[in-house]
Design a protein around this ligand. Structure first.
Ligand SMILES: Cc1cc2nc3c(=O)[nH]c(=O)nc-3n(C[C@H](O)[C@H](O)[C@H](O)COP(=O)(O)OP(=O)(O)OC[C@H]3O[C@@H](n4cnc5c(N)ncnc54)[C@H](O)[C@@H]3O)c2cc1C
Length: 481
C-alpha cells in the first residue's frame, strides 16, 4: 500500500467516540441479526480507501453489507441514534476520496444489492439495485437488444450506485451524456432512515423540484440510493474505430474544436498525449506512433456506411488541423483492444510510480488552451505529467507522476511540486470558464476549490440543502462541503 501522499493538509473527519461505535455494532447485532457486518480490523482495512491511495482516510469502525432497502434504512436510523457517521460505498474505484472511511464510522457497502429488478423494452428502462457492476448491467440489457450508455473506463469494476454518487462520465458521454442524463428515478434512504422515491418511468416529468438530479453527483452526502430507474436505448451497431496522430498538442486541440462544431456526433472522442501513448504502448505493445505529441481516438456507432462517412469527415477535419497519420481498426476485436488500451491508461502510468489523476474540464473550444496550460504548468514546476481524457467533452485528466527511487522513496519536494502544479492547472481551468472536476467529484481531495469555482452564494445554498436533509451531519461528512 502506498503511504499517504497529498498536497494539502488532510481533511479531518469528525471524531467518533469508540463507545458510540461499540454501541452501534451491538445495536445492529440486536436489530439486524442476519446482516453481514465486518468488524475484524483486517476486513475493515480494505474499506479504508478508494482509488486515491495517496489521500488520507480513516479506518471504518464497522462495515455493513446490506441486501435490502429495509436493512439500509435501519442501519442509517441506528447510526443516527448513536451519532455515528455513515459512508455509502460501491466498488471503491472513486478518484476523489468520496468513499474513504471515517475512523470509527459505519461504511455501508452496497455491493450485495446487485440485482436487476426489471428490464422493460416497451418503456426502454431498467430498474436496478445500486451494487450491480456497470458492465454487468450493460451485459444484462444487451441480452434484450438494449444499451445503457454511461461507460466510465472503470466500467468492469465500478457500480451503478457509485456512478450515481459521482455522476460518472466515460468514453461515450460525448454522444450520450453523463450518468445524470441516463437516470429517470431513484429510491433513496435519507439521513433519518426514511425512504423516498424520486422521478419515475416517464421521460418527461416536471412535478416539483428535480430531486433525482440533485441526488445524482451528491457523493453520498444527501442520502443512499437503494434503487435506480435508468433510461435505455436500442443497441446501436458495433463501433468503427480510428486513431489519428498529431505533431503537437495545439493541433490535436484544434481538431477537437473543429469536430465540436462540425455537426458530427462521434460516440468516442478521446485524447492521449505523448507520455500516455508511450506508457500504454510500453505495456500493451500496440505499435502506436510514439513520435506523435497527441492521439485522438474517434469512434462512430452509426450503421456501417454512415459510420464510414462520419469517420471520413472527421479525418478531413483532423487533417486540416495538421494530423500526420491515421489508422483504422481492422475489425471489432481490434477496436475493442484499442478501447481497452485507452481504458487502461491510468494503470499503465501507475506502473511508473504514484499517480495523481486530475479531472479538469473546459468548454470544448478551449481544449487546446487547457492542454497548453497543463504542459506549461508541468514544465514550470518540473513535474512529470501525462494527459489523457474525454476531449470531446472538454474533460482532460492530467496525471502527475512521481517515480520512486530504489529505496522506494518519492523525490524530495514532491508534495510542494504537486501542490503548485495542481493549483496552476485548477486555476487555468477556471480561467478558461471550466471546472476543477468534470466527472470524479469534489470528494475530499478538491474541497477547498469548491467555493472558488462556485462562489460563496451557491455553496451557501448547497450547505442549506445539506442541513435540511441531514441536520445531524451523519451522511458522509467531510466530503464535498
Ligand atoms: C482505472 C479507472 C478509470 C476510471 N475511469 C472513469 C471514467 O472514465 N469516468 C468517470 O466518471 N470515473 C472514472 N473513474 C472513477 C470511478 O470509477 C467512478 O467515479 C465510479 O463512478 C465510482 O464507482 P464505485 O462503485 O467505485 O463508487 P465508490 O468509489 O465506492 O463511491 C463513489 C462515491 O459514490 C458514493 N456512493 C456509492 N454508492 C452510493 C449509493 N448507493 N448511494 C449514494 N452514494 C453512493 C460514495 O459515497 C462516494 O462518494 C475511474 C476509476 C479508475 C480506477
Amino acid at each position: 500500500m502506498t503511504e499517504p501522499f497529498h498536497a494539502r493538509p488532510p481533511v479531518v473527519p469528525p471524531a467518533v467516540r469508540p463507545a458510540a461505535t461499540a454501541a452501534l455494532v451491538a445495536g445492529i447485532g440486536r436489530r439486524l441479526p442476519g446482516l453481514r457486518l465486518l468488524v475484524d480490523p483486517t476486513d475493515r482495512e480494505s474499506y479504508r480507501r478508494d482509488e486515491t491511495s495517496y489521500a488520507p482516510a480513516g479506518l471504518p469502525g464497522a462495515v455493513a453489507l446490506p441486501t435490502t432497502t429495509g436493512e439500509v434504512a435501519e442501519l442509517v436510523r441506528l447510526a443516527g441514534e448513536h451519532g455515528v457517521p455513515v459512508v455509502p460505498r460501491g466498488a471503491g474505484t472513486g478518484l476523489s476520496g468520496g468513499a474513504t472511511g471515517i475512523d470509527g464510522g459505519l461504511t455501508i457497502a452496497l455491493t450485495r444489492m446487485d440485482r436487476v429488478l426489471d428490464i422493460d423494452r416497451g418503456d426502454l428502462v431498467a430498474v436496478t439495485q445500486p451494487g450491480i457492476v456497470n458492465a454487468t448491467l450493460k451485459a444484462s440489457v444487451a441480452e434484450h437488444g438494449l444499451f445503457y450508455p454511461p461507460d466510465p473506463a472503470s466500467y468492469e469494476l465500478c457500480t451503478i450506485g457509485g456512478n450515481l454518487g459521482t455522476n460518472a462520465g466515460g468514453l461515450c458521454c460525448v454522444k450520450y451524456g453523463q450518468t445524470r442524463e441516463a437516470v429517470l428515478g431513484l429510491e433513496v434512504v435519507l439521513a433519518d432512515g426514511s425512504v423516498i422515491r424520486t422521478g419515475g418511468r416517464a421521460v418527461k416529468d416536471v412535478a416539483g423540484y428535480a430531486l433525482t438530479q440533485l441526488f445524482v453527483g451528491s457523493q453520498g452526502t444527501l442520502g443512499i440510493v437503494t434503487e435506480a430507474t435508468l433510461r435505455l436505448r436500442p443497441a446501436p451497431p458495433p463501433r468503427t474505430t480510428m486513431l489519428v496522430f498529431f505533431p503537437s498538442l495545439a493541433a490535436a486541440g484544434s481538431a477537437v474544436a473543429g469536430l465540436a462544431v462540425s455537426g458530427l456526433l462521434p460516440v468516442t472522442l478521446e485524447l492521449m498525449d505523448r507520455a500516455t501513448i508511450a506508457a500504454v504502448d510500453d505495456w500493451q505493445e500496440l505499435g502506436l506512433d510514439r513520435e506523435a505529441e497527441a492521439m485522438l481516438m474517434i469512434e462512430s456507432d452509426l450503421p456501417a456506411a454512415a459510420a464510414a462517412e462520419e469517420l471520413a469527415a472527421a479525418e478531413r477535419i483532423c487533417a486540416a488541423a495538421g494530423s500526420t497519420s491515421m489508422v483504422r481498426a481492422a475489425d471489432a476485436q481490434e477496436a475493442d483492444w484499442l478501447r481497452q488500451a485507452r481504458r487502461m491508461a491510468l494503470r499503465a502510468l501507475e506502473r511508473y510510480g504514484v499517480v495523481h489523476m486530475e479531472d479538469v474540464g473546459v468548454p470544448r473550444a478551449r481544449v487546446m488552451d487547457l492542454l497548453l496550460a497543463i504542459d506549461d504548468a508541468a514544465r514550470r514546476h518540473g513535474v512529470e505529467t501525462a494527459t489523457f481524457g474525454h476531449a470531446g467533452d472538454g474533460n482532460l485528466h492530467p496525471n502527475f507522476v512521481f517515480r520512486r527511487d530504489a529505496s522506494g522513496a518519492l523525490p524530495a519536494g514532491a508534495e510542494e511540486a504537486l501542490a503548485a502544479v495542481q493549483a496552476d492547472v485548477y486555476a487555468a481551468a477556471l480561467a478558461l470558464g471550466g471546472t476543477v472536476t468534470a466527472e470524479h467529484g469534489i470528494g475530499t481531495t478538491r474541497r477547498e476549490w469548491l467555493v472558488r469555482q462556485r462562489g460563496e452564494g451557491a455553496v451557501g445554498v448547497m450547505r442549506a440543502i445539506k442541513a435540511a436533509l441531514d441536520p445531524a451531519g451523519i451522511m458522509n461528512p467531510g466530503k464535498v462541503l
